[in-house]
Write a protein that binds this ligand. Sequence first.
Ligand SMILES: Cc1cc2nc3c(=O)[nH]c(=O)nc-3n(C[C@H](O)[C@H](O)[C@H](O)COP(=O)(O)OP(=O)(O)OC[C@H]3O[C@@H](n4cnc5c(N)ncnc54)[C@H](O)[C@@H]3O)c2cc1C
Length: 451
Amino acid sequence: MRSIQTDQQPMLPVPHATTPFWRTDLDELDGHRSTADLPAECDILIIGSGYAGIAASYHLLVGEESKAFAGKKVVLLEARQACSGATGRNGGHVRPSVYSRLPRYIEEYGLEAAEQFAQFELDHVNAFADLVKREGIECDFEFTRSFDIYTDPEQAAVAKANYLKLKEAGVAKSTIDDLEWTDADRAEEVSGVRGCVGCFTFTAASVWPYKLFLSLLKLTIQKGLNLQTHTPVTSICPTASPSGLWTAGTPRGPISAKQIIFATNGYTAFLLPEYAGKIVPCRGICSRITCPPSSHPPKIDKTYGLRLPKGSYDYLIPRKDGSIVVGGARSAFFSDPSEWYNTVDDSTLIGSAAHYFDNYMQEHFIGWEDSGAKVEQIWTGIMGYNADGLPSVGEVPGREGCFVRRGLRGMGCRGLWGMLGGEAFEETDVPGMFKTTRERLESERDDLRGK
Ligand SMILES: Cc1cc2nc3c(=O)[nH]c(=O)nc-3n(C[C@H](O)[C@H](O)[C@H](O)COP(=O)(O)OP(=O)(O)OC[C@H]3O[C@@H](n4cnc5c(N)ncnc54)[C@H](O)[C@@H]3O)c2cc1C
């Protein structure tokens, strides 16, 4: 791998982003401003309108916990259009990433902490389902089983051994019983993937994320959220005025707030420099593949994570309209950090991965050889990678009233509302290992660069 440059200054979202499939049918709220002028002050300011920011506004104004925040003035500022960051350009997979991480977490943090993490992550699938049902949201939400595909016999053997170890370690039945392993003799037949030498399946879901989060935004606006799109926050400083603890600067003037939620993902270090090198903006690539109407390849009815040769770990979801959303492509670009590491440019494709998906279905899926499947859309998006591989949640050390929420999926995070209401992190249900702490900020650990 070439050496990684870390000296680039953190930046704001760029204009003219590539267009993801999910944003080809835009909602009327996409460029919404609730008021012509930016309010001068509010109680709670949310920065960023993705999973994290919109879920925050929903919980503060609509969800059960909103009673505790009755009468609070909540403002959400978004640099570009609503849901135009990673949430509007991801793979649409709601997939707990538990089993492959658990062995490492058990070793590092102990069984109890690892199980807390697993349960928290697994709860998200049901939390999404409950929310979609409760609010009657049309967003193509579908429960499914998801495959985790191994094509390397050594990796497959390690995965199976880890699975058996998890059972031995006494990991909760609710976690382990959902996991099914298939050995090499039946792996291709069961998964439909050429070269598969072992696979897991487990419960997951898929969704049209933009539709889900724009629907939530609509509900929160009806309950009083002031949404201001096209309003980048360019600075944060303590305020002298009695109206708030913090002032956020924007090109449209300042706004003061008692509490701020930074739901800014890969862009967090632009406003909170202490996160530079800790939450790093990294570029990902995703595509949508379609077949000609005359083509009828074998039906795909589960989602996939595909561990392919040369280090790709791709994700794939089939859609009801017959198209396939697939992203990843690491083997095409990961060895060249200038293509993906410490960049906020989602206005261009990752050059070396631009054709990675061209023959994807033909190459990897049995029976798809003559399908005529081709890439219809391809786009990039910016993720915030945590240098230590863990989400960062909670009050920013040394900045009373400022909260980060990076790396958690939208729902199920009751913890943050408790913290906004004055509870200590430890009193909430957020796994302890996710807490943003001074120690983590000062740590030299960098999993991305192997330190
Ligand atoms: C290509 C790709 C595929 C992915 N696939 C999946 C998947 O299938 N499943 C999955 O679970 N996850 C997936 N992810 C990751 C997932 O999308 C993210 O973890 C999730 O969207 C993060 O949500 P968020 O709210 O933290 O960030 P974002 O959705 O990125 O939202 C942050 C928002 O903050 C705004 N912002 C930033 N700075 C400022 C500022 N200074 N002022 C105002 N606004 C600001 C941005 O414009 C942006 O809208 C994928 C990501 C990418 C890029």
